[in-house]
Design a protein around this ligand. Structure first.
Ligand code: AMP
Length: 228
């Protein structure tokens, strides 16, 4: 670490868990409750695809198939986003790191900035339930609020609770075949990070099979302790 830089207390939290575990939903709630910036590499990559950047063009086919985008591309996107001023208030990483190479790169990036990981929180779920969870989810096209056909419908049908938009969207990669590939990628490449963060003493675990608000309460207690 550069000794001239004072260590900052801005928290850095990581949400680990397979697709459908609720990382995006919970990260959004933590964003609102704690003023942390939600950094979703999935969202950043989808924006890069939509904008037609070189990184987006390189990532699109892999994302459509449910595989993992190359570490180089994802690390570069995350590094650029982390350097933006709003991240100084603290971040919650949703969907990054997903490989050991990404986790090691994150450690280096944070140490260059005098920061550290406060907690890596694993959202523990059963694989079997994930396909149903993913199949029913959709988001507001206006503000990104997440909904679900069974678990969380807008209070007024067809209208976003948060921004009143009537435009909703479903992800192209939320199909049963792609979900199976994404779950396999999680177990092969991302699940080993649970042991990685346990070794660092940063791991916390939450049972994420319950209701959204119950998971948020359990998560909030961990975040409050980790950022105290
Ligand atoms: P997500 O929105 O987190 O489910 O991510 C959607 C897709 O983006 C994934 O299935 C991957 O293809 C890609 N992706 C997102 N984050 C990463 C990452 N950290 N490493 C590699 N690929 C990623």
């Amino acid at each position: 670490m550069d000794g001239s830089k004072a260590p900052t207390t801005a928290p850095v939290l990581i949400l680990l868990g397979p697709p459908g575990a609720g990382k995006g939903t919970q990260a959004r709630m933590l964003d609102h409750a704690y003023g942390l910036v939600q950094l979703s590499t999935g969202d950043l990559l989808r924006a890069a695809v939509a904008a037609g950047t070189d990184a987006g063009n390189a990532a699109k086919a892999v994302m459509d198939a449910g595989g993992l985008v190359s570490d180089d591309i994802v690390i570069a996107i995350l590094r650029d986003r982390l350097a933006e001023p709003d991240c100084a208030r603290g971040v919650i990483l949703d969907g990054f790191p997903r490989t050991t190479i990404q986790a090691e790169a994150l450690d280096r990036l944070l140490s260059e900035q005098g920061k550290r990981i406060n907690a890596a929180i694993s959202l523990d779920v059963d694989d079997a339930a994930m396909v149903a969870r993913i199949a029913g989810r959709f988001t507001c096209g206006g503000c990104g609020e997440g909904y679900h056909d069974s678990f969380k419908l807008p209070a007024i049908k067809g209208k976003c609770d948060t921004c009143q938009s009537t435009a909703f969207k479903r992800r192209a990669d939320d199909t049963p075949t792609t979900v199976a590939t994404r779950l396999a990628a999680y177990h092969a490449q991302t699940a080993p990070l649970i042991a990685f963060y346990e070794t660092q003493g940063a791991l916390a675990r939450v049972d994420a099979m319950g209701a959204i608000d119950d998971v948020a309460t359990a998560l909030g207690a961990i975040v409050a302790k980790a950022t105290a």
